[in-house]
Design a protein around this ligand. Structure first.
Ligand code: GLY
Length: 357
């Protein structure tokens, strides 16, 4: 098992990474003499939720399970209120725990419930998707969506601990594994050129899985380092959005239906890398390597056929760009990025040039 200590202003906590951790009774010692409500979704419940409930009960922990329908549409106020009502019916107190067992939707929704119920109860994150293991379950961002946009209501709320067991990835469909690989590649691009090189030498999912603990450890180390310096995303943390400005725009233009988050981020990453080259910020080779690496992991790399005006609207309506200035994370070399402010007019012009319409 490898352990990473995260020291934020709000909290110090551990990320524990190890194959078999999920099935190790010792991993749940913090729940002793507390109540625990497992929040999970309808896909994960039969795979891991029921087993975890039985394990906690065997350990003498007063545990319950709340199952949300699988899918992004559950990340809403309606489901949130149902969770609050369940917590109230179970007489959950501030000493008790929500155990968020699942991917990004579950972690964000259950995490936001934990951050607000009784003004904050304990949260244990157990991610089951690669994307959640390397990104959404760590760093404390929790939220629900509004009809006006994704993650518009949320908070920064650090968990008590994150238990990351790569064995759980065994049941993840290939498309969702690739989804997580887009974020893994991001860490190589922004901070860890050795990770990038390592990934260039791995041919497929099977080879990635042979190195998965090391890969997750490296990603979590980069994220921990950034979150410790800028928990509330005032400056440095923005680099975690590398590839995301145009990725979010693609997701929005396709009504969050056609592409997974990782697929959209992959296309957004190639787009911003090629824009960085166009702006003289990086060499062509860096942009080419990023395109090749994402493509190798079965991720789409060509920007979809979209009207430049539509993309521009989506970019300026992003919640992170609600001023006249849009901050773009540009790449200088593999492992090195910088954030640069652009006026709306400049962004509009660049999108037109890049998309050729
Ligand atoms: N996923 C980006 C962040 O946690 O800041």
């Amino acid at each position: 098992m490898q352990e990473i200590q995260v020291n934020t202003e709000a909290k110090r906590y551990s990320l524990k990474i190890g194959s078999g951790l999920f099935s190790d009774d010792n991993a749940y010692s913090m729940l002793k003499n507390r109540k625990a409500v497992i929040v999970t979704d309808s896909n994960v419940a039969p795979l891991y939720g029921e087993g975890l409930l039985a394990r906690l009960e065997n350990l003498g922990i007063d545990a319950g399970i709340y199952v949300i329908p699988a899918g992004e549409s559950s990340k809403c106020h309606n489901e949130l209120i149902k969770i609050y009502n369940y917590l109230a019916a179970e007489n959950i107190t501030r000493n008790d725990f929500i155990v968020a067992l699942g991917g990004g939707v579950t972690g964000d929704l259950a995490g936001f419930a934990a951050s607000t119920y009784l003004r904050g109860i304990n949260l244990l994150q157990i991610p089951t998707s690669l994307l959640a293991m390397v990104d959404s379950s760590i760093g404390g961002k929790v939220a629900v969506n509004l009809p006006a946009g994704k993650n518009l209501v949320g908070s920064f709320y650090q968990p008590e601990e994150v238990i990351i067991d790569p064995v759980l990835l065994g049941t993840l469909p290939d498309r969702h594994f690739a989804d997580g690989m887009a974020e893994v590649v991001k860490y190589g691009c922004i901070r860890d050129s050795e990770l990038f090189l390592m990934l260039e030498n791995l041919e497929n999912r099977e080879e990635v899985m042979k190195n998965i603990e090391d890969i997750i450890f490296r990603c979590c180390t980069v994220k921990k380092d950034i979150v410790e310096q800028d928990e509330k995303e005032k400056s440095l943390r923005m680099i975690l959005n590398f590839g995301h400005t145009f990725g979010h725009a693609i997701e929005k233009c396709f009504s969050y239906e056609t592409y997974t988050h990782g697929e959209a981020v992959s296309m957004g990453t190639v787009f911003i890398s090629e824009l960085s080259y166009k702006l003289g910020c990086c060499k062509k080779d860096a942009a080419d390597r990023i395109r090749a690496l994402l493509g190798k992991f079965s991720l789409p790399v060509d920007f979809p056929k979209l009207n430049a005006g539509e993309v521009f609207d989506a970019v300026i309506k992003d919640k992170k760009a609600r001023t006249d200035i849009v901050n773009l994370v540009l790449i200088e070399d593999i492992g090195k990025v910088r954030t640069e402010p652009f006026s709306r007019e400049r962004i509009g012009g660049l999108i037109h040039e890049m998309l050729g319409n």
